[in-house]
Design a protein around this ligand. Sequence first.
Ligand SMILES: [Zn+2]
Length: 164
Amino acid sequence: MEDDKSTAVTCTILAIDHSNCYYRACAVCERPLPDDSTTGVLSSCKFCDFRAFNSVSSGSIRLFRILMSIATDTKVLTVICFDKVARVLFGCSADEFFDFAKLHPFSGETVDKILEGEMFQMTLSKPQNGNAQHLRVVSAVPLRSRFQPAIEALREHYGSRDGS
Ligand SMILES: [Zn+2]
């Protein structure tokens, strides 16, 4: 068999790395922004600098980037999952999740528990650049018909009553 670029697998989520699940990106071009972790000050996007000048606070957004372990029927893999796929799992944007997690500090751990054991049909692709070490999740389809995205389960879990 020829080595295909992407593979479809049926798998179970074992764990997600909830301590580091998003990165800051330019709101215009969605390229990652360098984050100065000591000061928390973000550099502006060097590709859209002139725009950031004009649009005041819309300079950056959060995008999901999540490492997770999954088990297929033959092996355990660590894969990386970017924004588009992560939204299927979370049911919200990374910014929304960040805001929720600010109010509920254990949201990350809870998401890990919520998603643990969920079965998915995933398409995995090999990293295209030599530096990337993990297979990338290109698509994920929940196999359980009553699958709830993490944010919905979280809201239920914390009994979130918006504004009351
Ligand atoms: Zn930009």
